[in-house]
Design a protein around this ligand. Structure first.
Ligand code: OOG
Ligand code: MG
Length: 260
């Protein structure tokens, strides 16, 4: 696939996101689009955002839990980039009309305190983490009905659209067992998804180390000050205007989102 085509496809996913339009998956017309091309498209689409004034402030892992893999039919972990425009705080609004068909999912966020450069083990990766908090991620695939293959979702920046960070930030060493914290995500007071951080790639630290190792191949690192989402612990839920979503994570308190 030549550079002009990769550039064009970066424009296609970026325009769809900006114009809140769903589009058919890229591999329908470009069956030769592979995993490596897809990350090139993702980086090119991020460059377009940066050129418009957005700032990359972190990264996310996706498809690190069995529940998520089954839900979308893609069985391999992927990563995406997070920008300042995507970030919100506890209790903030999610403006439904800004998005196509948003889904929400329970996450854990790592706040990176020291430059994290792979190759690393999970323990080495955790040594670079200064804080952990609960997070709700809103994903909004640009593809019709969330129907995509692995290269499509990678090119589409892993469906990233918004994320909400909890206000309780704990240094990882004070947590009793980061690898098995209970997770309950409720919508309008009803528990919709119940799980454990154990579902995140068996341990969220493994997800973080895997991310550092994947990007090390591109000679990239997670700089101090960046945010990392470890991947959803459960399947995602569609949201609708008027919904109040709350995530509670053991030892990390709650994070809330109002859909308006
Ligand atoms: C892809 C994004 C997956 C996660 O946490 O597993 C993801 C999607 O489900 O559209 O963010
Ligand atoms: Mg996610």
């Amino acid at each position: 696939m030549d550079n002009a085509t990769l550039e064009l496809l970066a424009g296609v996913v970026d325009d769809a996101a900006r114009e809140r339009r769903d589009i058919v998956k890229l591999t329908s017309e470009h069956p030769d689009l592979d995993f490596e091309h897809a990350y090139v498209i993702q980086r090119k689409s991020m460059a377009r955002r940066v050129a418009r004034g957005e700032r990359v402030i972190g990264m996310k892992m996706g498809l690190t839990s069995r529940a998520k893999m089954e839900q979308v039919g893609v069985h391999e972990p992927i990563y995406g980039h997070l920008t300042d425009e995507m970030m919100r705080g506890d209790g903030d609004d999610l403006v439904f009309d800004e998005l196509i068909h948003p889904r929400i999912e329970p996450e854990l966020a790592f706040l990176i305190g020291r430059d994290l450069r792979g190759p690393v083990t999970p323990a080495q990766a955790m040594a670079c983490v200064e804080g952990v908090c609960a997070a709700l991620e809103v994903i909004d695939s640009r593809f019709v009905n969330f129907e995509f293959t692995l290269p499509d979702v990678v090119a589409d920046n892993a469906s990233s659209s918004r994320f909400f960070l909890g206000s309780t930030v704990a240094p990882p060493e004070v947590l009793e067992d980061l690898g098995n914290l209970g997770v309950v995500m409720s919508i309008n007071g009803e528990a919709k998804q119940i799980g454990s951080t154990a579902a995140i790639y068996e341990h969220p630290a493994r997800s973080l180390a895997t991310l550092a190792n994947m990007i090390a191949r591109h000679d990239e690192l997670l700089p101090a000050g960046s945010v990392v989402l470890a991947g959803a612990a459960t399947a995602a839920e569609f949201v609708h205007p008027g919904d109040d979503v709350m995530l509670r994570v053991d030892q990390l308190g709650a994070v809330r989102v109002s859909v308006v």
